[in-house]
Design a protein around this ligand. Structure first.
Ligand SMILES: [Zn+2]
Length: 309
């Protein structure tokens, strides 16, 4: 997961489009529909389901793909070549499933809220049986309708417009609100661990790794491939630096130039792996930083304190 800026003017117009017959937006119709229900029925997800459509519009998918560069907002895998994108509601629109097994009514008034929509791969967004490499067991993981908070959830009854999202304390990382690098620490085997909360609040890293299933085995294997790619580049860079250091007085100038050129090429290719458009770019940035000093890269970020060997 990486920080992604979501400019104010990026909001797709489809989210606020009005119905020709009565000039209402989907959000207005949803609020009106839920208002008509008694409170008890509102809180029983089986009693009522609104047919949300605005978030599924192609314009919304295209804009999310553009902002997140065709990658899942949670795991940074590139979904575009293998699967359709799930337009994910960070705060679930239909119902919220609690750890206790109880269910709450979802955040229906945020179903077409631009800040609440994220592009997700299927495995992060849906509950599926997966092997977790750190827990060493298979169980159902994936976000689905989970949305843990510290304290109580905001639950709209009659007046969602009176609720302030700032009054709720989510414990999941949001790529446009949080700085994920401060919470997530990637290891040399492709696994990810929490750094704990730097502000002493809830452990958002731990909760996010668990809810978004960031240590499922397939994902960890894909991240490990990037680690191997980095290590191969680092090996070559190290060897080229050694040649230049040890044999600079013994090799012809033209050969020295060729080796220098190769070194520059390898370095550029290595740094490209941490580009925001590349899968698992935050893992790449942290692993490259681990080798930064020995290959002559000195711009270490202050928030990184090494990786697990
Ligand atoms: Zn994902």
């Amino acid at each position: 997961m990486i920080k992604v800026e979501r400019p104010r003017d990026s909001k797709p117009s489809a989210l606020d489009s009005v119905r020709r017959t009565d000039g209402t937006t989907e959000k207005q119709r949803a609020i009106r529909a839920y208002e008509k229900l008694g409170n008890a029925d509102q809180l029983d997800p089986k009693k009522y389901k609104f047919d949300f459509k605005a978030y599924r519009k192609q314009e919304v998918k295209d804009k999310l793909a553009e902002l997140f560069k065709g990658k899942c907002a949670y795991c940074e895998s590139s979904y575009s070549g293998t699967q359709p994108m799930d337009v994910e509601h960070w705060r679930p629109k239909g119902e919220v499933h609690l750890e206790s097994g109880d269910k709450l009514q979802g955040y229906f008034w945020l179903a077409s809220d631009w800040d609440n929509l994220l592009p997700s791969c299927i495995d992060c967004n849906r509950s599926r049986k997966q092997w977790d490499v750190l827990e060493e067991r298979t169980f159902n993981v994936g976000k689905a309708n989970q949305f843990p908070v510290e304290g109580t959830h905001l639950v709209a009854t009659n007046s969602p417009h009176l609720l302030r999202l700032d009054d709720e304390s989510p414990v999941l990382l949001h790529p446009c609100k949080d700085e994920p690098a401060q919470y997530l620490k990637f290891g040399i085997s492709g696994e990810v661990r929490s750094r704990g909360n730097p502000d002493g609040g809830p452990d958002k890293g731990f909760a996010s790794i668990s809810v978004y299933a960031l240590n499922r085995s397939g994902l960890v294997m894909d991240r490990l491939e990037v680690v191997c790619l980095i290590q191969q580049r680092v090996y070559t860079i190290r060897a080229l630096i050694n040649i230049l250091d040890q044999f600079q007085d013994h090799i012809p100038e033209e050969v020295y130039g060729i080796v220098e050129d190769l070194l520059g090429h390898e370095m550029t290719a290595l740094l490209a792996l941490q580009g925001a458009e590349r899968p698992f770019s935050e893992l790449a940035r942290q692993i490259i930083e681990h080798y930064a000093h020995e290959i002559g890269l000195e711009e270490a970020s202050p928030i990184i304190d090494g990786i697990d060997e």
